[in-house]
Design a protein around this ligand. Structure first.
Ligand SMILES: NC(=O)c1ccc[n+]([C@@H]2O[C@H](COP(=O)([O-])OP(=O)(O)OC[C@H]3O[C@@H](n4cnc5c(N)ncnc54)[C@H](OP(=O)(O)O)[C@@H]3O)[C@@H](O)[C@H]2O)c1
Length: 244
């Protein structure tokens, strides 16, 4: 049995790879940067003493998704847990100037994520087991001027995961949606925020716990559920005037 980590160079993803390796699962580390993926597998193999293999993965290379899963399962056995961790916030201003940049954000965060999840579901459903963890974002809960391409793609991914969970319920496959707030990674590097930024290792432990207890849709850190509850109920007439 194996765990597949997609977008493995993310700090959250690396921590999750270690959590599942600690539990004894073989780890498939998939990333755009294969050299870095190899360094991650070497670390996992030495520190956790589990089989680990590196794979090239680009979320926007849709045709490569099914062959990647075949290669992982041939080498490491059936994928028990898949972590869809990749994401690209892009540059909102660049995306407004050039739709190609906007499309890339949509393709990575939504189309690519849905493509790999469909390929995973197609394998897990007939086996009647497996877990898919989709890392989405609180940015997907409400459209804001500062990041509406990223936010809308993550919002679509959140909705997609809800539908997939509905489809796979009763087939032994669980789907966990993780709506992340601020976590200390490359994505938040240098960001000024009055809201605390979470530690990726702590987040990884909470994600593993959530899968174990069969959770469906969680906010991490948990206080983001309250923040987004307030943000969602602000009337649009007021919200559109805010520079968020
Ligand atoms: N950090 C936060 O506060 C926060 C908040 C909400 C949601 N999230 C979500 O959490 C997840 C992890 O992000 P992070 O915070 O750890 O940021 P990160 O360090 O920027 O990680 C993003 C990951 O996505 C990968 N990626 C980007 N484009 C890709 C593509 N076309 N194909 C394959 N992989 C691609 C990156 O690979 P490279 O190394 O090759 O660039 C990297 O591994 C993402 O889904 C992100 O949207 C993060």
């Amino acid at each position: 049995m194996s765990v597949l980590i997609l977008g493995a160079t993310s700090r959250v993803a690396r921590e999750l790879a270690h959590r599942y390796a600690e539990a004894g699962l073989a780890v498939a580390v998939a990333a755009r940067d294969v050299d870095e993926a190899r360094r991650i597998t070497a670390d996992l193999a030495i520190r956790r003493e589990v089989p680990a293999q590196a794979y090239a993965f680009d979320a926007t290379d849709f045709d490569s998704h099914a062959p990647l899963l075949d290669a992982v399962e041939d080498a490491l056995g059936p994928i028990e847990v898949a972590v869809v961790a990749f994401g690209d916030m892009g540059d909102q201003e660049a995306a407004q100037d050039d739709f190609a940049a906007a499309r890339k954000v949509i393709d990575v965060n939504y189309t690519g994520a849905a493509s790999i999840c469909e390929a995973l579901a197609g394998r897990m459903q007939p086996r009647g087991r497996g877990a898919i963890i989709g890392i989405s974002s609180v940015a997907g809960d409400r459209g804001r001027q500062s990041n509406y391409f990223y936010g809308s793609a993550k919002g679509a991914f959140t909705l997609y995961l809800g539908g997939l969970r509905n489809r796979l319920h009763g087939h032994g496959v669980t789907v966990l949606t993780v709506r992340l707030g601020f976590v200390d990674t490359r994505m938040t590097y240098g960001m000024q925020t009055g809201i605390p930024i979470a530690d990726p290792a702590a987040i990884s432990r909470q994600i593993v716990d959530a899968v174990e207890r069969g959770a469906d849709d969680i906010y991490l850190p948990r206080f983001w559920r309250g923040i987004m509850g307030v943000i969602r109920v602000i009337p649009e007439k007021v919200f559109k005037r805010l520079s968020l």
